[in-house]
Structure formats: structure tokens, C-alpha cells
Design a protein around this ligand. Structure first.
Ligand code: GRF
Length: 193
């Protein structure tokens, strides 16, 4: 299985996914793409010898125009599966339907709680004692779609969004590689760690 990983920033999840796809793993990373040509993760990807692509979504007059460039890069690389990893753009229903059943995302909350942004601040504000992250199939509705895996962390006294996001991010790094491998191997039941 030929995997593309889409990023917008540092790409720490991308690095862990790439590092996991070795040996007897049935998938290999073939492209790292970003909506931001200055994304730090692109440098990391190149340092790992990966093919990269970037298109500045702000340089395109429409979401569709940006996605057409992205789609071309995905097709040129013969991509079978797209893993969104810290990718901060909402994709149009047209693009999502073209990748139905072949696109995953990781979101830093225990979905269906806290779809959208600022998940850690919202969990702290709500007085939640648990938080975490979710890997799900991407559908047109934001942060919806079948849940393929979740990892939980405790919310600690005095936690700030920064301290909580750090704790959740390290669990993302555990969860995503495990879920991606299961998905490639045909498993669809949720992994809860
Ligand atoms: C982090 O906030 C993470 O929780 C979310 O995307 C952001 C950046 O992740 N998934 P990464 O380091 O670019 O993978």
C-alpha cells in the first residue's frame, strides 16, 4: 500500500508514521505533502529521503484549485491511502468522496467530543478528567467518520492546554502507526489504548 501523509506544520506524527512503515509492514510512504511550503515537516521528510509536494493554499483562488494540485501530486505518486497528520485545512466534500474509505485523520480529542479546534482548552475548561486522541476515517463532516482508534490520557491538576497537548501528542505518536497498520491489514474494529 502506497501512503501519502499530509501535514501543515512540524510533522511529528508524519515522522512516526514513516518510521513505522518498514520491514514486514505492508505499506510504504511515497509522498509527504503540505498546504504550506514552509512547513517544518517537509524538511524532515526530505531528510528521510521522501518525495515531497507543497502548494500554498493561500496562493490559489479557491479550495478546489488547491485540491486539484494536491490530487495531481497524489495520482502522480500512485497513492492508495492518505493519512492526514496535523493537516489544518478542511477538505471539500468532492475531494473527500474521491478518497472515501482511503483517507484517515488524527484528531486531538476523544471524538465525538470536541470536534474542531482548541480541543485541549475546551477539555480543561469543561473540567474533564480524561482527554486523548482519535484516528478516524475522513468523511465530509468535520472530524466525523468511523472511529478506528483512540488513546486516553488523564487531565492533571494545573494542566494547561500546552501541558495537555504535549501529553496527548505523545499518545498520538503511539496510536497512529498502530491504527494505520491495522487499517492497511483490513481491520476496521476500533483500537483502544
Ligand atoms: C498537533 O496539535 C496534533 O495534536 C494534531 O496536529 C498538530 C500538529 O501535529 N494532530 P504534527 O506534529 O504536525 O504531527
Amino acid at each position: 500500500t502506497r501512503v501519502a501523509i499530509l501535514i501543515s506544520g512540524g510533522g511529528s506524527n508524519m515522522v512516526k508514521l514513516v518510521e513505522s512503515m518498514t520491514g514486514d509492514h505492508p505499506a510504504r510512504p511515497v509522498l509527504v505533502a503540505s498546504n504550506d511550503p514552509t512547513a517544518g515537516g517537509l524538511v524532515k521528510a526530505r531528510d528521510m529521503g521522501l518525495e515531497t509536494a507543497a502548494a500554498d493554499h493561500r496562493a490559489h483562488e479557491s479550495r478546489e484549485a488547491f485540491e486539484a494540485i494536491l490530487q495531481e501530486a497524489l495520482e502522480d505518486a500512485g497513492v492508495d491511502l492518505v493519512a492526514l497528520a496535523g493537516f489544518m485545512r478542511v477538505l471539500t466534500p468532492g475531494f473527500v468522496s474521491a478518497w472515501k474509505g482511503r483517507m484517515l485523520n488524527i484528531h486531538p480529542s476523544l471524538l465525538p467530543k470536541y470536534r474542531g479546534l482548541n480541543t485541549h482548552a475546551r477539555a480543561i475548561e469543561a473540567g474533564d478528567t480524561e482527554a486523548g486522541c482519535t484516528v478516524h476515517e475522513v468523511v465530509a463532516d468535520l472530524d466525523a467518520g468511523r472511529i478506528l482508534g483512540q488513546a486516553r490520557v488523564s487531565v492533571l491538576e494545573g494542566d494547561t492546554p500546552d501541558t495537555l497537548s504535549e501529553r496527548v501528542l505523545s499518545r498520538e505518536h503511539e496510536l497512529y502507526p498502530l491504527v494505520l497498520r491495522r487499517f492497511v491489514e483490513g481491520e476496521r474494529s476500533p483500537l483502544l489504548i
